[in-house]
Ligand binder design. Sequence first.
Ligand code: SF4
Ligand code: SF4
Length: 163
Amino acid sequence: MGKVYAHRDLKICTKDCLCLFVCPTGAINNETGQKNQKKCIGCGACAAACPAHAISLIPVKMPPQQSKNSKVIEALQKIVKNKIEELWQIQYLLNKSSSADEKKFLKALYHSNKVVLEDIMREKGYMLPESKNTQIFLQDILKNSAENKDIIEKLLALIEPNE
Ligand code: SF4
Ligand code: SF4
């Protein structure tokens, strides 16, 4: 494996801070628990010590994304289309609903559908930010929408394409 660095998943981290004590380079911030990628040597001591398994070692340079069979992409695209329609319908019902319980249920349904949609998009070829697909996708948004221009420009400048 090439050079790696530690990444903490904040959703899993239970904040017991063992990682802070084992890191040999002081790459972990005492206050926030964030890892400093520049100081991290990828030794894995924090990941091994973490009782919550919240730390993963991520390659500094990701391998190029695997290409997909066109039939698989076509099938995934159909599911994406259906999921987007479902999200619109749920949003419509949410706007109409006046019941707190129903709203709670619809919000959960919206969220779970969104997560599934994100997973399908990753499967469809947008797994890696460094991939050509993701770069083209970001450039398209930039061309066609005035929203979030600054963020997209920053992302494009930060992400180094690997294809
Ligand atoms: S050891 Fe794991 S659970 Fe504890 S602070 Fe570090 S990442 Fe979070
Ligand atoms: S991988 Fe090693 S150097 Fe990097 S944050 Fe974890 S303990 Fe520190």
